[in-house]
Design a protein around this ligand. Sequence first.
Ligand code: FPP
Ligand code: K
Ligand code: ZN
Length: 522
Amino acid sequence: QTRAMAEKQHLTVSSSSAKPAPNLGSKNQQSGFIIEELSQDDIESITDENCLPSLSQPAPIMSAATARAAMIPEVFKNLSPFRDLLNTQTSQAQDKTVQECLPFLSGESADFKYYNYHGLPHLDRKRHIAFLHKSLKKLPAPYVVADAARPWMFYWALSGLTTMGEDVSEYRKRLMNTVRPIQNESGGFGGGNGQMSHLAPTYAILLSLAIVGGDEALGLIDRKAMWKWLGRLKQPDGGFQMSVGGEEDVRGAYCAVVIISLLNLPLDLPRDSPAWTESVPTLLTNLPEWVARCQTFEGGITCKPDAEAHGGYAFCALACLCILGEPHVVIPKYLDVPRLVSWLSARQYSPEGGFAGRTNKLVDGCYSHWIGGCWPLVEACVKGPTMVSHHAKSTNLGSTDGSGDLYSREGLIRYILCCCQDVVKRGGLRDKPSHNSDSYHTCYVLAGLSSAQHKWNFNHLTAKGASGNLASPYHWNVEHVIRQPQIYDEEDRVETVHPVFVVPEGVAEATRAYFATTCAGW
Ligand code: FPP
Ligand code: K
Ligand code: ZN
């Protein structure tokens, strides 16, 4: 729906865009925007690029701001035609959010000194990079409540920094010193010193060690203890608890298979597992069946059977399945794909362009990843394996125009660059304009931007350093999405992020290769 609408609106804009929109001038003045006359360069760049077709009549004199505004499709400037007219707390919150976002989307926010001809500001890398480096220093006292989430804090920072092209190897030693004492002898990592092991910090620590890289960093993980601990988390119904005696949910399913796959662990279930019987012989027995039970009547995925579908869990479920097998085989085997696509599509809003996490809730930058990151997996499932022969590692990436997209990449990129950047207070990316930036949103907004700017293809012929158990996720290739006209400036393209592991391209492959070669057996 969103896509069809966006296309329809594109046409509308093209045919009428020579007329300056009557309101925009006064709105711009109200918000303190300086309205310049169009320079000769401005006029030439508009006519030359065919951005405004059918300029058969002489171009009317309009301000650069108005010209820019005319380049923004109507769908990102007006209330949605599907607006819920029932007046409730929910619809009021939605209307308020739209009003909050519209000035940013219409090229009218005074926060930005520059908007390009498609109404997009630059990605303010310098500020976002500084923000994340700072988050790795000593934090102010209020962060004490987030102590158990400390491993997340450094994963988000390291992941966000590398997505913006930063080298983070300077953090290797400090990271190793931080995580060494929080690994428990009984397997896995806690959130901090003296805390019991939990799958969430264990996932964040494993990915962080993988990102900083090197044998020494990876070598500090006790694989055998990890395997035994995973056995204790495995449940008779197929799923995983987050900690011993803790909640069993789809995050557990995803974190567990990420760990098993990256560490190349044996699949046998330890005999002392609460789940072990002759009919549950492995860590993976009944796991995809358990994940399948998390799909709801809406088509989305919930944390555990019979609860509410949410984007965070949708990504966990899809990425888990894409570790268990090939997307085009395993996703349709366990999920109702048309219903899933319908639910995912309904998460993208207009005019905001970004995603909400669940029905009747608000757009939020972090769903650029949790929902946005579902799309490459679902697209690969729908499209089937590709035969692209080029190998992708940054040099000479192939490119595609993104045809076959199931969502509006343009909408997502607009929401991210226009609404999610703090370029005034402290840098970093955020949920929405009224919210402060934080490292969680910085990490996942950037991951979403990367997935909107690139296209991942599943290619079962290409094995990047992996064969054996759970080797599917090492068979992806990436291409640049290049579309004419490209709405964002090429300098604002970020790095490629693995669609299943959410680490820089190549990192998961190197990690698996390390554990497959140096740790054959224990
Ligand atoms: C609702 O928050 C959020 C949840 C119920 C959990 C979301 C789950 C994730 C983000 C996935 C975590 C993944 C791993 C790998 C640990 P809310 O009510 O504040 O937000 P909302 O209004 O947008 O739903
Ligand atoms: K939220
Ligand atoms: Zn959020």
